[in-house]
Ligand binder design. Structure first.
Ligand SMILES: Nc1ncnc2c1ncn2[C@@H]1O[C@H](COP(=O)(O)OP(=O)(O)OP(=O)(O)O)[C@@H](O)[C@H]1O
Ligand code: SF4
Ligand SMILES: [Mg+2]
Length: 305
C-alpha cells in the first residue's frame, strides 16, 4: 500500500540557513493493508520527520513515497489532494490540528466541507457516525477544544482523521500526552477501528511495551536510520542499539544518548552511526553499514548478536 524509498531529510537553520541537520537518512519502508508497523527510537532520532514525509507534510531532500504504486513525491497539490484523505497523520500534539475557536462538531465536519460533494444532512449523519465510532457523545458537539479532556481531544482528532475513510493512519506518539489508563483506552480503540476498517497503521512511540503489544513489525531508528527491523525485535534484539534501548527501559540507564551529546563523529565519517557509543565496535565498523538480512530480520550492523 505505502512504500518509501531511500527517504532523506536535511533541515537547515540559522540566520542564513547554513546550519544543516540530517534528520532522516536513507529510510526504506513498506506498509501493507491492515498491517501495524511500530517505529521506536529515542527522542530526536527522526521519527516525526519520517512521519511527516510519509504523509507529504514535508518534502524529502531525496527519495520517494508511493501509495498503491502512485508516486506522491513531486506530485502537484491538485493531484495530491485525491490521496490525502487516504493517508492521515495523528500528530504528537493535538493542538496542532484543532482550531481553538471552532466547536468539536465544526472541526470534525471540516474534512467533508473541504472535500466537497456532501449535503448538510450527509455531513451531519457522517459526523454522528464518527462520534459514535470514537466514543464521543452528542453533548461534545457544541464544546470547544479547551472544554475537552486530553483523551476526548485526541478522540476528536482521530474522528477527523477517519472522516474521509483513510487506508493508512500514521500515529505519531498520539497518546504520549495522556495518562497511562487513557493511553491504553485510546490504543485499544485504535486497534478496534483498524480491525473493523482494515486500516494500515504506523504507530510511533517511545513505549517499547506498547510497540510490542500492538505491532506486526517493529522498526528501530537511531540517528535518522533504521538500525533493526523485524517481528520479534524485542525478544531477540540483534543490534547493540536495540539492546541498549531495552536496557535503558529495564534499568533506567542513561547510556542511550545522542551523538551530539558526547561530541560529533569526525568529519567525513561514513561508518556505523552508532560507532562512538557501541561497546562492540571494531575497525570494520568504520565502513558504511547497510541493512542486511540476519535470521529473518534486517540489521544495520556487521556483527549482530
Ligand atoms: N524544523 C526543524 N528545523 C531544524 N531541525 C529540526 C526541525 N525539526 C526537527 N529537527 C531536528 O531533527 C531531528 C529529528 O527530529 P524529530 O522531531 O523527527 O525527532 P523525533 O524522533 O520525533 O523526536 P521525539 O521523540 O522527541 O518526538 C532532531 O535533532 C530535531 O532537533
Ligand atoms: S557496526 Fe560496529 S559499531 Fe555499529 S553497531 Fe555493529 S558492532 Fe557496533
Ligand atoms: Mg517526534
Amino acid at each position: 500500500m505505502l512504500k518509501a524509498e531511500n527517504l532523506r531529510c536535511v533541515y537547515t537553520s540559522g540566520l542564513i540557513k547554513t546550519v544543516k541537520k540530517t534528520a532522516v537518512c536513507g529510510v526504506d519502508l513498506e506498509i501493507c493493508p491492515g498491517e501495524t508497523v511500530a517505529i521506536v527510537g529515542e527522542s530526536g532520532c527522526g521519527k516525526s520527520t519520517l512521519a511527516k514525509m510519509l504523509v507529504q507534510q514535508l518534502a524529502p531532500a531525496s527519495g520517494d513515497v508511493f501509495f498503491d504504486g502512485m508516486k506522491l513525491t513531486g506530485m502537484s497539490w491538485k493531484n495530491l489532494r485525491k490521496f490525502m484523505g487516504k493517508i492521515q497523520l495523528i500528530p504528537q500534539n493535538p493542538d496542532n490540528v484543532v482550531d481553538p475557536k471552532w466547536t468539536v462538531e465544526r472541526s470534525v465536519s471540516e474534512p467533508f466541507v473541504i472535500c466537497g460533494g456532501f449535503s448538510k444532512e450527509e455531513i451531519s449523519a457522517n459526523v454522528d457516525s464518527l462520534f459514535s465510532e470514537v466514543g464521543l457523545s452528542a453533548e461534545h458537539k457544541t464544546r470547544y477544544p479547551h472544554e475537552l479532556s486530553g483523551g476526548e481531544l485526541q478522540r476528536m482528532v482521530i474522528a477527523r482523521a477517519l472522516a474521509l475513510k483513510p487506508e493508512l493512519l500514521v500515529c505519531d506518539e498520539a497518546t504520549s500526552m495522556l495518562d497511562v489508563s487513557v493511553q491504553a483506552f485510546i490504543v485499544t480503540m485504535l486497534k478496534e477501528i483498524q480491525k473493523k476498517r482494515g486500516l494500515g497503521l504506523v504507530f510511533i512511540t517511545h513505549d517499547l511495551e506498547a510497540a510490542k503489544a500492538v505491532s506486526d513489525r517493529v522498526l528501530v531508528m537511531y540517528a535518522g536510520e533504521i538500525v533493526e527491523e523485524g517481528k520479534d525485535v524485542f525478544d531477540r534484539p540483534l543490534h547493540p542499539y536495540t539492546r541498549a534501548l531495552l536496557d535503558a527501559v529495564r534499568y533506567a540507564s542513561l547510556e542511550v544518548v545522542l551523538p551530539e551529546e558526547t561530541g560529533a563523529l569526525p568529519d567525513g565519517f561514513s561508518g556505523c552511526s552508532y560507532y562512538r557509543l557501541c561497546r562492540e565496535r571494531t575497525d570494520t565498523c568504520k565502513e558504511p553499514q547497510k541493512l542486511r538480512d540476519v535470521s529473518g530480520k534486517l540489521v544495520r550492523c556487521w556483527k549482530p548478536k
